[in-house]
Write a protein that binds this ligand. Structure first.
Ligand SMILES: [Fe+2]
Length: 192
């Protein structure tokens, strides 16, 4: 008899909620993002949710070639005008690429090669982003009302290097000023 397995769905009818019995949920509070923003985070915001990541948990021990899928939900808020963003990371293994898929909301995906190259791509429903493994990457939500929802698919052996970004930050920040999006470069030490 033909076996039909349950399909993993990121429901568009339910605001792209990743729904699966085995999906796991990780929550990051704004208070855990001290040092990410240019300014100190106001006391009143520390306990609020910054972003949630829902992961389709791998069903086997990671081997070469094991992929993982997840959806990030980045809430809309600003810290002294700076748009909400994820911590951002390099991959521990820079040979491993990743794909992001815009589902809902509006924002940017910021790339940095650790040296002199940085740029951003606009994220919106339907956008697709191929992230070369050599770039650190960070999501920025430029909506003041809507959660930015972005799917991602990566090889689990890519790993994470959050430490480099914690040390240096990204070379550019994104602010809301008088209703407009304003990018501000900042001097940082290069990673390489
Ligand atoms: Fe990544």
């Amino acid at each position: 008899m033909m076996k039909i397995k349950e399909t993993l769905v990121c429901w568009p009818t339910n605001e792209f909620e990743l729904s699966h019995p085995e999906s796991i949920k990780k929550t990051k509070l704004i208070g855990e993002l001290q040092g990410v923003y240019q300014h100190d985070i106001p006391q009143s915001m520390l306990g609020d949710i910054a972003y949630v990541v829902k992961l389709d948990e791998p069903t086997k021990e990671a081997v070469e070639g094991t992929l993982q899928f997840g959806v990030s939900y980045l809430y809309p808020y600003q810290v002294e005008g700076e748009f909400s963003c994820t911590k951002g990371h390099f991959h521990a293994n820079l040979d491993y690429d990743e794909y992001y898929f815009g589902y809902a909301g509006e924002g940017y995906l910021l790339y940095w090669d650790g040296a002199d190259e940085w740029f951003a791509e606009k994220v919106f429903p339907g956008s697709i982003h191929h992230i070369d493994g050599k770039y650190a990457h960070r999501l920025i939500n430029t909506s003041t009302t809507e959660t930015l929802k972005v799917g991602a698919c990566w090889n689990v052996l890519a790993g994470y290097d959050y430490g480099s970004i914690e040390e240096t930050g990204f070379p550019v920040r994104c602010f809301l000023e008088n209703g407009s999006i304003v990018w501000k470069e900042q001097h940082i030490n290069k990673k390489r």
